[in-house]
Design a protein around this ligand. Structure first.
Ligand code: AHM
Ligand code: MG
Length: 340
């Protein structure tokens, strides 16, 4: 395990990645370039969000994305920003966005080793009311031997080489894993750099708090209702922001469990496997937590399509186990009752 930095050491995300990369003799630097593009995009998007009401870019565009979600103006702006910053980086073969039906092919040569997948603005329905939103990303190795572009992207979460998110909250934080623990950076707006504030973040093993949209209770499979009844009886608290990144960031720091079960409206769950669940699951596991979809470990799901949805149970190890015990007892994932 790496030692914690002393309070006197100041390291930016870029220099942290370069020093990590210098330990790998064969590294080309491509990875550093991708993360430098992500930090640039994050700073631009953070600025746009701060000025959203002044620049009149709040509200819906009037169209839906491929998943049927209403697109906000800032969804489109954040998406374009990521495509513009990542689009000419050496080493990026393919970009795939939650907001675009088809992936964007930049290069398919063997020397372009990475694919970047992202949800440009998670929780964007919260923008109008000034509540935190985030950007989630996942980096995969490019499989130049795959039969099609989509197939080269359909890799299970265990194949991710890195994952991260940026949370645009009361401060702007960048949480990153490259498969060796989780590091937390905070944007210092006075110098325009993400500074490392916590190395090897560990998720508390338990935490009497759940994060779920309880208004859909009547649509949940019985096991989730039983879990909620148990949690009520044991004095749990409920916290639900409605932005997955923000809800999971809180759990990463203070413990608890985030749940988005199957519902009548979304029988396979609402969240997107490739853009949301996989990267967040990698981060949660790297911090010592657990991430499941029903009884399956999220990272082991073989994706069948780029925009597929999944149910999610992730967070503190003991709390996820508690939900899984109810799933085992019920032996079914089907919704408990028809919606009212
Ligand atoms: P989005 O990517 O279109 O913003 O949708 C995903 C969001 C998650 O951030 C959040 O956890 C969930 O949708 C909230 O859904 P609901 O309003 O059904 O509780
Ligand atoms: Mg999202």
């Amino acid at each position: 395990m790496t030692q914690d930095p002393t309070p006197n050491h100041l390291t930016t995300l870029e220099s942290h990645i370069r020093s990590e990369e210098s330990r790998h003799p064969g590294a080309t630097g491509a990875f550093s370039w991708i993360l430098a593009a992500m930090t640039l995009a994050a700073k631009i998007i953070a600025g746009k969000i701060r000025r959203a009401r002044i620049d009149d870019v709040l509200g819906p565009v009037g169209s839906s994305n491929v998943s049927g979600d209403e697109q906000q103006k800032l969804d489109v702006i954040a998406n374009e920003t990521l495509i513009r910053t990542l689009g000419d980086r050496a080493g990026v073969a393919i970009l795939a966005s939650e907001e675009n039906e088809q992936p964007i092919i930049l290069q398919t040569k063997e020397d372009q080793p990475y694919c970047v997948l992202f949800d440009p603005l998670d929780g964007s329905a919260n923008l109008d009311v000034c509540v935190s939103v985030g950007t989630i990303f996942s980096i995969l190795r490019h499989d130049s031997t795959a039969d099609s572009v989509e197939e080269s992207l359909l890799q299970p979460g265990t194949a991710q080489v890195a994952a991260g998110y940026i949370l645009y909250g009361s401060s702007c934080v960048f949480v990153l894993t490259t498969g060796h623990g989780v590091n937390l950076f905070v944007l210092d707006p006075s110098v325009g750099a993400f500074l490392l504030v916590e190395r090897n973040l560990r998720l508390p093993e338990s935490g009497k708090s759940y994060s779920i949209n309880e208004a859909y209770r009547l649509q949940f499979p019985a096991a989730y209702v039983n879990y909620l009844d148990e949690a009520h009886g044991q004095g749990y608290s409920s916290r639900y922001i409605g932005t997955m990144v923000a809800d999971i960031h809180r759990i990463l720091l203070t413990g608890g469990v985030f749940i988005y079960p199957p519902t009548k409206e979304y029988p396979h769950g609402k969240l997107r496997l490739m853009y949301e669940a996989n990267p967040m699951a990698m981060i949660v596991e790297q911090a010592g937590g657990k991430a499941f979809a029903g009884r399956r470990r999220i990272l082991q799901i073989q994706p069948e399509s780029l925009h597929q949805r999944t149910a999610v149970i992730m967070g503190s190890r003991d709390e996820v186990d508690r939900v899984l015990a109810h799933l085992d007892a019920q032996d079914t994932d089907s919704p408990a009752a028809a919606p009212p």
